[in-house]
Structures are given as structure tokens and as C-alpha cells.
Design a binder for this molecule. Structure first.
Ligand code: GBH
Length: 446
């Protein structure tokens, strides 16, 4: 048997929410089942050259058919909370109109299964799978799509509202902006800076409209945004690097945080975009009041810091993971959590994603020895623990990810799960990190 993992002796608060996270397109498969429509990720991943090896989410981890045994694995881990996302094209194949009952039923069965196992559901309304029909009328560049999102959200609240404790609106709007519309590595694969920030505004607007719809629905539960935040540090001690870092932070963090939690866009970012930018021209009176509709919690996703050079570029300072964009820097977890609490007040926080890809493969005896993931999680949890000790209201932590899954443009090459998936057989194997996490949860200690 493997050596027992070192124990740091850091106890978490009673009732701390130990969790894991997934998203619909990355795990469900069943792309054509029960009336699901096409999303922009079906289109993108089926376009030659867009994903590594041409991989797509048609089958993925086949969670749509295996959700019951996956629920049993969650119970085996002892999860207290499970974060998943709802596929918009399962609920509205064309992004509008009467909700598809078979789509709602799937999530109803999933949520019932969570309750039966004592696991609290946390549902993300949008994890990047926009119905293709809405892309065809302009996608997030179209202001109307924000209203379509609010209608979809309303249908989901009415269909499942009472069963879901915590709702998250839009997963990582910044990634849609940067990867979908600046670099083009994600659907819809555009490289159009002017469009990108108009999209940012419409995503923020969609978030606010969904919060308003939630309040209007009268359903119990809580709602908030899910933002990937990046602590930004100057790469050297020049005044130029410091100034560049401030603006970089505006684009990475304050654009999203300030609009939601302070009701204004950061002045430096607006000035940098310019009054004639599509975004600034697209902001209407009253929009910021909608975007800043009060939220119940803020979900933070932390993966990597950014070191900003004096010319506004970035450099690497720490070793990267299998994902070359990820520098391994656990103290960044402490910095981003304490900064959010310092600058935005004591809104309840949850970590909805943190994790590491590793090139896992079963050993001869069938075990999967991902010790790198164990140290990564332990060090990031230690940083989160230090933030809690210093007064940060962090209530839960979700490992990305429960299962190995479709890592977007990287396909199936990067494995992020606590649970290994053999895609040929769909067999699941708890990795060594999964066994470790089970012990952590049981003892409430790292
Ligand atoms: C999260 O994004 C996502 O929410 C989740 O779906 C994903 O599986 C997980 O992280 C792991 O990546 O191609 O060089 O332009 C994290 C933020 C933003 C990190 C996009 C990777 C692409 C870098 N991601 N970024 S690049």
C-alpha cells in the first residue's frame, strides 16, 4: 500500500463544504439524446483543427447515462457539495421557448440523487454551451441574448428551483471574452477585440438579469457569479511594471468584480477601451444597476497567478503544470481570497474550481499514482485555510474536477479528475488523490 500522506494538522471549520465540480459539455456526452439541441461547442469541436486530435464531447464521460454510478462515487468520496452545470440546449434546443421536459427531468433525477446521498447541489446555469441557434443571431454580441439567458434561467428556476441550494449564473465570463473572442481557442473561435468587450458587457448583463429573474421566481436558495480570478503581480520593481499590473488587474479581475459588487466598471479599463469602443457604446442607462443586483455569494476559481512586465506583457515565474498557462503558486490562493474580502466586503465566498491536470495512467496493479495532484491540492487548501484564519468567509471548496473530462480545445489529453476515466470502456478508477480527498473530508483536516 502507498505511504500515508503527510498530515499538516490544519483543521477546517465544522461543516466546511468539501466538494468537486464538473460541467455539462465536459462530462455528459449524449449529445443527441432526449431533445438536446446543438451548442456552439458541438459546432466548434466538430470543426477540423479546433481541438486537439479532433476530440469532441459527443460521448465524453457518458455521465448522462452513468450519473447514478457517478453519484455513488461522490458518496464514496464523502462529498458534501457537488457543482455541476445545466446544459442550456437540453432545456431549450434553440435557446428559446417552452422548456424541454426531458432535459429538466435529467437534472431533476441528478439533484434527487444528490439529496438522497446527503450531497448539496450547486448548479451553474451557463458553462459555455450556448445554443447554436443563438450564435446564429449574433451570440453574446447580441444584447438580446442576455434576455434569452434570463428567460432560460427563469425556466430552470421554475423547473428545479426548490431543489437547488445554490445557483451560479455564468461560469468565467472572462474566459468567454478572452478565449472565445480574443484568442479564439474556445467557441465561437473569434479573434475580435472590439467584439470581445461588448460580449463582456452582455455576459455581465445576462448575469444581472438572471439574478433579477431568480428574485422574481420567489424560489429559495442563493445565487451568485462564478469568476476566475488571477492575482496579478509586477514582474519587476519598476514603476512601469506596477502601472501595467494595475491595468492588467482591471481586465482580469475588476472588470467583473467591480461591475457586480460595486455597480461600476473600472474607470481605467473604460478609459483604456475608449469612449468609441463597442463596449462603452453598448452600455445603457440602468445596465449597471441590473448587473449589480445584490448577490448572495461570490464563487471564485483560482488556477494561476500572472506576472506582468513593464510593457504590459506577462512572464512565467513558477513551474507550470501539464497546462502551460498554469503556474503552480499556492500563495496566490491566499492573496486572491484576502484581496476579495478586503476590497469587496464580507460577501460569502466559495472556491468553485481549483485543480491540476496530470498525465495519469493506471499502473500494472491498476492504481493511479497522482501524487502531484495531492500536493497541489494540499498546498492550495493550506493557503485557503490561512485565509479563513485571517477572517475570509470561505464556506466551501470544489476540486476541479470530479472526473477526467473533455478539456475543451485540449480534448481528452489533460486529465483533471479525482477519478480516472478509461474512455474506451468508461470504467472509473478512484485515483490516489481521490483516496486522499476522501480521508481529508472524513477527518476535516489536511
Ligand atoms: C476552468 O477554466 C473551466 O471553468 C473548466 O471548464 C476547465 O476545465 C478548467 O478550468 C481547467 O482548465 O489556451 O493558452 O489560451 C480555467 C481558466 C481559461 C484556463 C482558458 C485555460 C486557456 C489558455 N481557463 N485558458 S490558452
Amino acid at each position: 500500500p502507498p505511504e500515508p500522506e503527510p498530515v499538516l494538522g490544519l483543521h477546517f471549520p465544522d461543516g466546511f463544504g468539501w466538494g468537486a465540480a464538473t460541467s455539462a459539455y465536459q462530462i455528459e456526452g449524449a449529445a443527441k439524446h432526449d431533445g438536446r439541441g446543438t451548442s456552439i461547442w458541438d459546432t466548434f469541436s466538430h470543426t477540423p483543427g479546433r481541438t486537439r486530435g479532433g476530440d469532441n464531447g459527443d460521448v465524453a464521460a457518458d455521465h448522462y447515462h452513468r450519473y447514478l454510478s457517478d453519484l455513488d462515487l461522490m458518496q464514496e468520496l464523502g462529498l458534501r457539495t457537488y457543482r455541476f452545470s445545466i446544459s442550456w440546449p437540453r432545456i431549450q434546443a434553440d435557446g428559446r421557448g417552452t422548456p424541454n421536459q426531458r432535459g429538466l427531468d435529467f437534472y431533476r433525477r441528478l439533484v434527487d440523487g444528490l439529496h438522497e446521498r446527503g450531497i448539496t447541489p450547486m448548479a451553474t446555469l451557463y458553462h459555455w454551451d450556448l445554443p447554436q441557434s443563438l450564435q446564429d443571431v449574433g451570440g453574446w454580441e447580441s444584447r438580446d441574448v442576455a434576455h434569452r439567458f434570463a428567460d432560460y434561467a427563469d425556466a430552470v428556476f421554475r423547473g428545479l428551483g426548490a431543489e437547488v441550494a445554490t445557483w451560479l449564473t455564468i461560469n468565467e465570463p472572462k474566459t468567454v471574452v478572452q478565449n472565445g473572442y480574443l484568442q479564439g481557442h474556445h467557441a465561437p473561435g473569434r479573434q475580435d477585440p472590439a467584439a470581445a468587450y461588448l460580449v463582456a458587457h452582455h455576459l455581465q448583463l445576462a448575469h444581472g438579469l438572471a439574478v433579477q429573474a431568480f428574485r422574481g421566481s420567489g424560489e429559495p436558495g442563493r445565487i451568485g457569479p462564478a469568476l476566475n480570478l488571477h492575482p496579478c503581480y509586477p514582474a519587476d520593481d519598476s514603476a512601469a511594471a506596477e502601472a501595467a499590473t494595475r491595468l492588467y488587474d482591471g481586465y482580469e479581475n475588476r472588470l467583473y468584480l467591480d461591475s457586480i459588487l460595486k455597480g461600476r466598471y473600472p474607470a481605467d479599463v473604460l478609459a483604456d477601451l475608449g469612449p468609441d469602443s463597442r463596449m462603452v457604446r453598448g452600455i445603457r442607462d440602468g445596465d449597471l444597476a441590473i448587473i449589480s443586483a445584490p448577490v448572495d455569494l461570490l464563487a471564485v476559481q483560482y488556477y494561476t497567478p500572472i506576472y506582468v512586465t513593464n510593457d504590459g506583457g506577462s512572464v512565467r515565474r513558477w513551474p507550470t503544470s501539464q497546462a502551460e498557462w498554469q503556474q503552480i503558486y499556492p500563495a496566490g490562493m491566499y492573496d486572491i481570497l484576502t484581496r476579495v474580502t478586503r476590497d469587496y466586503g464580507d460577501v460569502p465566498l466559495t472556491i468553485t474550481e481549483n485543480g491540476l491536470p496530470t498525465p495519469d495512467r493506471p499502473d500494472a496493479d491498476g492504481t493511479i499514482d497522482d501524487t502531484g495532484r495531492i500536493s497541489f491540492l494540499r498546498d492550495h487548501l493550506a493557503a485557503a485555510h490561512r485565509a479563513i484564519t485571517d477572517g475570509v468567509p470561505l464556506e466551501s471548496f470544489h476540486v476541479w474536477s470530479l472526473l477526467d473530462n473533455f478539456e475543451w480545445n485540449e480534448g481528452y489529453d489533460q486529465r483533471w479528475g479525482l477519478i480516472y476515466v478509461d474512455y474506451a470502456t468508461q470504467e472509473r478508477i478512484l485515483k490516489r488523490s481521490g483516496h486522499w480527498y476522501r480521508q481529508v473530508i472524513a477527518a476535516n483536516v489536511i
